[in-house]
Ligand binder design. Structure first.
Ligand SMILES: [Zn+2]
Length: 247
């Protein structure tokens, strides 16, 4: 019962917001810069800032590879720095953390929400049954679909093998739903898969991944959503809360 009333209230609230927003967003066929609560618009083009979020940190180690012993929080920081150096010639880059500190997910969201012409890329590595292998990319907002598609394609082209992985996934997470700028969460591969975890332990492979991800971000900034297929449908859903899902 509670959830029924919650969802009914959200539908009413969403309808009210949509009717208020209507006059300001016009036809919605062009990229409009800046923040947007729902993200029901085409993906960004011409953005100038990339916020790079190294997942986990400090007391939160994330996943640990049973094979190499490497911790997700160290690998995500390494990847974030590689991405920053790949992108810094073309964009202003902001690292959500640049050392081994814990940053709460809601703090990450509020930091992102202080920025205008930016996109947020959250970097993670995955964990699951050992047979699963390959990259995955999560998005929620319509304006994040094109970038997510490009990132998934780029990582997939770099990854030498995939098995049972989910690929591109629309999922409401705190870092895919709550930021008011386009945002994606990428999983660079499974630390729980012995072969992939050994590959991820190799700095040359991580550099290859970073180069391909940076190239996908530059393409999105240059041509927007062109070539990424039809946009997904807008979904009105409440912000993601800590007990909705992990990550
Ligand atoms: Zn993670």
């Amino acid at each position: 019962m509670t959830s029924f009333w919650n969802s009914s209230l959200w539908v009413m609230f969403a309808a009210l917001l949509a009717s208020c927003a209507g006059s300001g967003t016009g036809s919605g066929t062009r990229w409009s810069s800046g923040r947007d609560v729902w993200g029901h618009r085409p993906g960004p083009k011409g953005f100038t800032t990339v916020v790079i979020d190294a997942g986990h940190g400090g007391k939160d180690s994330g996943a640990t590879s049973p094979c190499t012993g490497q911790r997700e929080k160290d690998l995500t920081l390494d990847m974030a720095k590689r991405l920053q150096s790949e992108l810094s010639g073309n964009f202003k880059t902001i690292l959500m953390r640049d050392d081994d500190t814990f940053v709460d997910l809601d703090d990450r969201v509020s930091r992102a929400n202080r920025l205008g012409e930016a996109v947020l890329v959250s970097v993670h590595f995955n964990s699951g049954p050992s047979r699963l292998r390959g990259p995955e990319t999560y998005y929620w907002r319509v304006d994040s679909f094109g970038l997510a598609t490009r990132l998934q394609r780029a990582m997939s082209a770099t990854s030498p093998g995939e098995s049972g992985n989910r690929g591109l996934v629309r999922r409401r997470l705190r870092l895919t739903r709550n930021p008011e700028i386009p945002c994606v969460l990428m999983e660079g591969g499974y630390l729980s898969n012995p072969e992939e975890s050994r590959l991820i332990a190799d700095p040359t492979y991580r550099q290859k991944l970073a180069t391909s991800i940076a190239s996908a971000i530059r393409t999105q900034a240059t041509i927007g959503d062109a070539g990424t297929g039809p946009l997904p449908r807008p979904i009105y859903a409440p912000p993601s809360r800590p007990n909705d899902a992990r990550e």
